[in-house]
Design a protein around this ligand. Structure first.
Ligand SMILES: Cc1cc2nc3c(=O)[nH]c(=O)nc-3n(C[C@H](O)[C@H](O)[C@H](O)COP(=O)(O)OP(=O)(O)OC[C@H]3O[C@@H](n4cnc5c(N)ncnc54)[C@H](O)[C@@H]3O)c2cc1C
Length: 377
C-alpha cells in the first residue's frame, strides 16, 4: 500500500540505538525528522541483543575516543530523559591461564593509553573478586575499574521519548524498499508510504550495505558477525561479580540478576543481515569455555540468543556523507560498541548534517570516521 506522500528534512532508516539517537540529536538541531523502521519493535535486532556493557578500553582507539565522548550523556541519564540510572557500576576482570599471562600485560599497557585504572591481581585476589574462578585454570587477572552495565532499554526509551518531544515522527513497519534521488533530495519508498526529504541517514545496522545499494551508493563491505549469548542459573551469590572475560576474548560471563549469569563464547561468525539465530554448537562451546575456567558447572541454559555485530572493513564506525551520492549519510559499522558510543556518534551525525564540524575531540575524529577513507583514489 502506498500512503500519501509526506515531506521531511531528514529520513533516518533504522530504529535501533544508532537511528533513534541520531534522530534525537538531529531534531535538537532544528531538523524535521522522520524515522522509519521495518520491524514492529525498534530494538528487534542488535540493540535488543547486546551484552549491555560499557567498557572504556574496548575496541579500536577511535571507538575508545567515541566511548569517552559519550560518557557525559550516559552519566547524565540521557540528559535526565531516562527514568533511572543508565549506567550501573560493573567492573571488568580479565583472566588468563598459565602461559597466557603476557596477554594481561598487554591489557595493562592498552589500558594505560586510555587512563583506565587497573589492578594486576594474583590468583587469590582474583578469586576474592569472583569466587567461581577455578584456581587450577586461572593464573592471573587484571581488574579494570570504571566499567558499567548499561540499561540499554532505558537508554533507548529515553531517546524515543526525547525524539518524540522534539517532534520526530517514528514509524514502525515502514521497511524502506526504494531510494530515488529527486531534485536536490530523495524519494523514500517504504512498505507503508512514500516520503520526500533532503537527507537520508543510513542507520540500518547489519543492512547498511543493502540500504546503500538501494540509493545507488557503493557498498563498503560491512561485515555482520554473529555472536551467541546464553543465560543460566547459579547457586553462587554473583550479584557483585564483575564481567569476567578471558584475556584472549574466548569467553565472558556477567551477572544478569540475582542467581543469574549471562555467558558468551565471544564468537564472531560471518553472517547475512537478518534475524540471527544461535547455533547449538556455539552455545556448547561457550558453556565448555566457561566451565573450563570456573567451578560454575553449567549443565542447562535458561535462554539463548544471537545478534549481529556489524563492522566496517577497518572495524571503525562509518559516520559521514557518502563521497559520491549527495544527501546520503552513513551511520554504520558500530560493531561491538554501538550502545556505548551512540551518544557521540549521534552528536557528530547531527553536526555534520547541519554543516558543522564539532569542536574538540569529536571534531578531530571526523576524518577517521568518514566514508571517504574507503573511496577509490
Ligand atoms: C551479542 C552482542 C553483544 C553486544 N554487546 C555490546 C556491549 O556490551 N556494549 C555495546 O556498546 N555494544 C554491544 N553490542 C553492539 C551493539 O548492540 C550494536 O553495535 C548496536 O546495537 C548497533 O545498533 P544499530 O542501531 O546500528 O543496529 P540495530 O539495532 O540492528 O538497528 C538497525 C535497524 O535497522 C532496521 N532496518 C534495516 N533495514 C531497514 C530498511 N530497509 N528499512 C527500515 N528499517 C531497516 C532493522 O530492522 C533494525 O531494527 C553487542 C552486540 C551483540 C550482538
Amino acid at each position: 500500500m502506498t500512503g500519501p506522500r509526506d515531506a521531511a528534512d531528514v529520513v533516518v532508516i533504522g530504529g535501533g540505538i544508532a537511528g533513534i539517537s541520531a534522530a534525537f540529536e538531529l531534531a535538537g538541531t532544528g531538523h524535521e525528522v522522520v524515522l522509519v523502521e521495518r520491524e514492529p519493535t525498534l530494538t528487534a535486532h542488535s540493540t535488543g541483543r547486546s551484552a549491555a556493557q560499557f567498557l572504556a578500553s574496548y575496541g579500536e582507539a577511535t571507538n575508545r575516543r567515541l566511548s569517552a565522548a559519550s560518557r557525559q550523556f550516559l552519566d547524565s541519564n540521557a540528559d535526565g530523559l531516562a527514568d533511572s540510572d543508565v549506567l550501573l557500576p560493573r567492573n571488568v576482570l580479565w583472566v588468563a591461564p598459565a602461559r597466557h599471562e603476557a596477554q594481561l600485560e598487554e591489557r595493562l599497557r592498552a589500558n594505560a593509553t586510555t587512563g583506565t585504572p587497573c589492578d594486576r591481581l594474583d590468583v587469590d585476589e582474583a578469586m576474592q573478586v569472583c569466587g567461581a574462578l577455578d584456581s587450577a585454570w586461572v593464573a592471573g587477572a587484571v581488574l579494570e575499574h570504571g566499567g558499567f552495565d548499561i540499561d540499554v532499554a532505558g537508554l533507548h526509551q529515553a531517546y524515543v521519548r526525547g525524539a518524540r518531544s522534539r517532534g520526530v515522527k517514528i514509524l514502525r513497519q515502514h521497511g524502506v524498499r526504494g531510494l530515488a534521488s529527486a531534485g536536490d533530495g530523495w524519494r523514500v519508498d517504504t512498505d507503508a508510504g512514500e516520503f520526500s526529504c533532503r537527507v537520508v541517514v543510513n542507520a540500518a545496522g547489519a543492512w547498511t550495505d543493502e540500504v546503500a545499494a538501494l540509493a545507488g551508493a557503493c557498498k563498503l563491505g560491512m561485515r555482520p558477525l554473529r555472536r551467541t549469548v546464553f543465560t543460566f542459573s547459579t547457586s553462587y551469590d554473583c550479584d557483585n561479580w564483575p564481567l569476567v572475560i578471558s584475556a584472549d576474548e574466548s569467553f565472558y560471563f556477567k551477572p544478569e540478576g540475582p542467581g543469574q549469569l549471562l555467558g558468551s563464547p565471544a564468537d564472531e561468525h560471518p553472517d547475512r543481515p537478518g534475524d540471527a539465530r544461535p547455533r547449538e554448537v556455539d552455545v556448547a562451546l561457550g558453556i565448555e569455555a566457561v566451565n573450563r575456567a570456573t567451578t560454575l558447572s553449567i549443565r542447562a541454559v535458561r535462554s539463548t540468543w544471537a545478534g549481529l555485530r556489524t563492522f566496517s572493513p577497518d572495524s571503525v564506525p562509518v559516520v559521514g556523507f557518502d563521497p559520491y551520492v549527495p544527501g546520503f549519510f552513513w551511520c554504520a559499522g558500530q560493531g561491538g560498541t554501538g550502545i556505548q558510543t551512540a551518544p557521540a556518534v549521534a552528536r557528530l551525525t547531527a553536526a555534520l548534517i547541519g554543516g558543522e564540524i564539532p569542536a574538540g575531540d569529536l571534531g578531530a575524529l571526523e576524518s577517521q570516521l568518514s566514508p571517504k577513507r574507503f573511496a577509490a583514489v
